[in-house]
Design a protein around this ligand. Structure first.
Ligand code: SF4
Length: 476
C-alpha cells in the first residue's frame, strides 16, 4: 500500500484497498449511515422543493454560460476585487499556488495559520507544503481537524471524516490531544472547540476556499455548517481565499439558485447554517474582518479541461451527492480511490488532474448505473464522462495489452452479425449446462471473479433473435 497520505494508488493498490475497505466492519457501518442520512436527505429535500428540476436546469445553464465566457468573467472579477481593496493572484498550477501563499505569509511575518475546510487546498497539498516551510497550520472544521490529527486525508467532499466511528474519533483525539474524553460526539466537539478557539486569536492568517465567486461584485461566497469559517475570515488580519477558476458565477442574483440546490444536495438542508458573503477587506467603520484580502485563482489543469470533451466536469459544485448515491463509493469509501477527490466525480477529475495512466482504476470503479447523475444538482452526465475517460485511456494505450486485445476481439464480434449469432448460441448452450435452478454459482476461468460474490443468471434458452425469427415465421 502507498504510505503517503497523498499518494495515488496503482491499480493493484486500488484493488487491495477496496478489499480492505470491504472487510472493515467499522467502515461498512459508517458508510451504511451515509446512505441513511445524506443520500436519503438529498432525495427528500429535492422532492419537497417545488420546481426543483427547473432550478437544477437553471444552475446548470448558469455554469455553462459562465464557462463559455470565463475569460471575461475572470477579468470582471479581478477588477471588482481590486476596486474593493483586495488583491488578486493567478496560480497556473499547484506549485504556483503554494508559492503565492508562502510569499504572502512571509511578507506579513506570519507564523500561525488557521484554515477552514477547502478541497482545493487539499488538491494542491497546501498544508503539507506550508508545514514544510515552517508554518503552523490548524484545520478548524471539526471533521478536517480530526483528519489532521489522524494524519489522513478527507474521504468525502463534505463529510471528511465519514469513514470513522465515534470511538475511532475519540481514540485519535485523546491520543493526540492528551485527553480522556468519552466517545461522545458532543463531548468531543467540546474538546475541539476548546483547543481551536485560542488558535483563531493567535493566528495571523486565515485560509479558506470558496464555494462561489461573484464576478460582478468580487465576492467570495463560503458555505459551512460550523462557525469556524467566519472566525477564520474575521479574526486574523489576513484572509487568503484560494479558489478554482470554475467557481465563478456572473451575478449576485444567480447565487440564490445555487444556495437552494447546494444545501439540499449536500446534506438535505434547506439552507446550510452559515452562508458568508465576503467582499474585500475590512472597510473603515467595520467591527471585524481582515486588514488584507488576497484571492488566489487556481487553474491547475482547469483551462485544459475547459477546452476538452470533459468540460462539463467543471460544472461541479462539490456537494458530494454523487458520492452518497454511488453503490461503489458506499461500499469502499473515499480512501480506496487514492486521490483527493473520490467517488464518481473523483473518478472523472482525478485522472484529468493527476494523469490518465496513473489513475487507470478510477473511471473503471463504476457500474455506470447513473445514480450519480440522478443525484447531481447540476445534472452532470457523470457516466458519460467516465466512459470518455475510459476511451481516452484506451486511445492512449494506458490499458493492459491483454485487456486491449480482448476488447478489440469483442468489438469485432459485436459488429459481425454472424459472429454475434454464433457467440450467443454457444453461450446459451454452454452456460445453461453449468446452471442449477436458473443460476450459476461459479463461472469458468477468468469469469470466476464475477461469481465470487454473486450468482449469474442462466442465459435464456431461446435468444431474442430466435424469438423474433419464430414470431415472424408464425405471422407469415
Ligand atoms: S458531480 Fe454533481 S453531485 Fe457530484 S459533487 Fe459535483 S455537483 Fe455534486
Amino acid at each position: 500500500m502507498a504510505t503517503s497520505p497523498y499518494a495515488v494508488h496503482e491499480h493493484h493498490e486500488f484493488v487491495a484497498a477496496s478489499r480492505e475497505a470491504l472487510n472493515s466492519t467499522n467502515l461498512q457501518t459508517a458508510l451504511n449511515r451515509l446512505g441513511e442520512t445524506l443520500a436519503a436527505g438529498n432525495r427528500t429535500a429535492f422532492e419537497k422543493l417545488p420546481g426543483s428540476a427547473l432550478l437544477r436546469d437553471k444552475a446548470r445553464a448558469i455554469k455553462d454560460h459562465t464557462l463559455a465566457h470565463l475569460d471575461q468573467y475572470i477579468e470582471e472579477l479581478e477588477r471588482a476585487v481590486i476596486a474593493r481593496g483586495g488583491q488578486v493572484h493567478f496560480a497556473a498550477d499547484a506549485t504556483d499556488a503554494q508559492q503565492i501563499v508562502v510569499s504572502i505569509a512571509r511578507q506579513a511575518g506570519v507564523k500561525r495559520i488557521v484554515k477552514s475546510k477547502s478541497m482545493v487546498t487539499e488538491e494542491i497539498h497546501l498544508n503539507h507544503h506550508l508545514e514544510q516551510q515552517g508554518f503552523e497550520v490548524t484545520e478548524t472544521d471539526f471533521g478536517e481537524y480530526i483528519i489532521q490529527l489522524a494524519g489522513e486525508r478527507p474521504s468525502h467532499l463534505v463529510a471528511p471524516v465519514v469513514h470513522k466511528t465515534v470511538e475511532e474519533v475519540a481514540e485519535v483525539m485523546n491520543r493526540r490531544l492528551n485527553s480522556n474524553t468519552p466517545a461522545d460526539a458532543k463531548a468531543l466537539a467540546g474538546l475541539a472547540r476548546n483547543k481551536l478557539r485560542a488558535k483563531f486569536f493567535e493566528s495571523e492568517m486565515g485560509i479558506t476556499g470558496g464555494n462561489f465567486l461573484v464576478a460582478e461584485t468580487g465576492t467570495v461566497v463560503m458555505i459551512t455548517n460550523e462557525g469556524n469559517g467566519r472566525l477564520t475570515t474575521a479574526v486574523p488580519p489576513i484572509h487568503v481565499a484560494l479558489v478554482g477558476i470554475e467557481k465563478l458565477i456572473p451575478k449576485l442574483s444567480d447565487l440564490p439558485i445555487f444556495l437552494k440546490v447546494l444545501a439540499r444536495a449536500a446534506t438535505g438542508q434547506k439552507m446550510s447554517i452559515y452562508t458568508s458573503i465576503m467582499t474585500g477587506p475590512r472597510r473603515p467603520g467595520e467591527a471585524d474582518g481582515p486588514k488584507e484580502f488576497h484571492l488566489v485563482l487556481l487553474d491547475n489543469g482547469r483551462t485544459k479541461i475547459l477546452g476538452s470533451p470533459m468540460r462539463e466536469s467543471l460544472f461541479c459544485i462539490r456537494c458530494g451527492a454523487c458520492l452518497n448515491a454511488c453503490p461503489v463509493y458506499r461500499k469502499i469509501g473515499g480512501h480506496a480511490y487514492g486521490g483527493i477527490y473520490s467517488g464518481p466525480i473523483g473518478a472523472v477529475l482525478t485522472p484529468l488532474f493527476d494523469g490518465l495512466k496513473e489513475n487507470y482504476h478510477q473511471p473503471h470503479a463504476s457500474s455506470l448505473c447513473g445514480a450519480c447523475q440522478a443525484a447531481c444538482p447540476v445534472k452532470i452526465q457523470i457516466p458519460e464522462l467516465l466512459v470518455r475517460n475510459r476511451a481516452a485511456m484506451h486511445d492512449n494505450h494506458h490499458v493492459h495489452w491483454a485487456e486491449e486485445r480482448i476488447y478489440h476481439l469483442w468489438s469485432g464480434w459485436m459488429r459481425s452479425p454472424r459472429w454475434y449469432g454464433w457467440l450467443t448460441w454457444s453461450a446459451s448452450r454452454v452456460l445453461s449446462k453449468l446452471a442449477r435452478s436458473g443460476w450459476m454459482k461459479r463461472l469458468p476461468g477468468p469469469l470466476a471473479g464475477w461469481t465470487a460474490s454473486r450468482d449469474f443468471p442462466t442465459p435464456a434458452a431461446k435468444r431474442f433473435r430466435d424469438l423474433w425469427r419464430d414470431g415472424l415465421a408464425d405471422e407469415s
